[in-house]
Design a protein around this ligand. Structure first.
Ligand code: HEC
Length: 313
């Protein structure tokens, strides 16, 4: 494979294959090459195949060339050479046309009769690329003037505001798809029935062995009463699930097993259990938890600092 055309053909073919695979293989939002690693194998096979074809073609060409008589070989070489020269000839031609400069040999024709201490001036035509760009700017200017100063299409302020509004919508969209971005600091109570349902499923799959299906408690504490060992409220519950309970008590950190979004769902589900009456409730453990974010007036002075008590446990 000595000629560049072979390499270009292989690369173009690979790119086409890549695009075709990306379009045809079902892979959701992800790239087909991430969702279905087997596609790499296909691409690799096609690469090998292409290389093999190019090598065979080259070999065939060499054999045919050797079988020619010497004068035929010479004619073939000359034909190849002119073909190569012609290949990119039009680019060169277009380039020269856009420059429209006189070759050095013909400069005599356009030289002006000024002579500043031996420095002479040529009367070249303006290069067409420059002239056409200039006309284009004039046309642009006229359209711009008419659109924004005569017909007052929109102002820069309006343009800015629409872009900001669009960006805000995009951020909302992104937040919806990126639920896993939640952590202890940003987690909020989920109220969607679908989230609570998902939380219940996670709870039944992972937690009932110790907390019972109704949250009444067994090895683990009762999750339905107002008493919390490690703090109530969505943030504390999320932290307990994520980081686990006190050492040796049996509540492991779930962050390796559950995704952040799943922990937020199961934490929200647990909050919905508070106030329900389980069949065999375990006796209360810990302290009554009062949300420190709730408005201060409603909380009696004595318990307003309840978080400190909880954290000192
Ligand atoms: C192996 C038994 C076990 C499993 C399984 C378990 N827990 Fe626990 N859980 C415990 C124990 C024990 C505690 C008390 C920890 C402590 O005292 O520090 C606890 C505490 C908690 C608390 C804090 C209660 C409080 O009063 O502060 C929450 C919330 C909780 N678990 C949720 C879950 C969730 C959600 C799951 C499932 C993803 C789960 N647990 C799975 C044993 C378990």
């Amino acid at each position: 494979m000595r000629n560049t055309a072979s390499y270009i053909r292989i690369i173009v073919f690979l790119i086409i294959t890549y695009i075709l695979i990306e379009i045809t293989v079902e892979s959701g939002d992800q790239s087909a090459f991430i969702a279905q690693p087997l596609t790499w194998l296909v691409l690799g096979m096609i690469l090998l195949f292409m290389v093999a074809i190019e090598i065979s073609l080259e070999a065939l060409r060499t054999i045919l060339f050797r079988s020619l008589k010497p004068d035929a070989q010479e004619r073939y070489l000359i034909a190849q050479k002119t073909k190569k020269e012609k290949q990119f000839g039009w680019i060169k031609e277009a380039y020269l046309k856009l420059l429209d400069s006189k070759p050095v040999e013909e400069e005599e024709e356009i030289i002006l009769d000024h002579n500043y201490d031996g420095i002479k001036e040529l009367d070249n035509n303006l290069p067409p690329w420059w002239v056409y760009s200039f006309y284009a700017t004039i046309i642009f200017g006229v359209i711009y003037l008419a659109r924004f100063h005569v017909f007052n299409d929109y102002t820069q302020t309006e343009e800015y505001e629409t872009e900001v509004a669009e960006a805000k919508i995009a951020i909302e969209e992104y937040k919806k798809t990126a639920k896993d971005l939640v952590d202890i600091n940003t987690v909020t109570l989920l109220t969607d029935a679908s989230d609570i349902g998902a939380g219940k499923a996670i709870f039944i799959a992972n937690c009932v062995a110790c907390h019972k299906a109704d949250g009444g408690g067994g090895i683990g504490p009762n999750l339905t009463d107002e008493y919390w060992i490690l703090g109530g409220g969505i943030k504390n519950v999320f932290r307990t699930i994520s980081e686990g309970g006190r050492d040796g008590k049996g509540m492991v950190a779930w962050k390796q097993t559950l995704k952040p979004a799943e922990m937020a769902q199961v934490a929200s589900y647990i909050i919905t259990l508070v106030g329900t009456s389980p069949a065999e409730p375990k006796e209360p453990q810990g302290e009554i938890w009062v949300d420190p974010d709730a408005s201060k007036e409603e909380i009696p002075e004595t318990v307003s600092d309840s978080t400190a008590v909880v954290l000192n446990e």
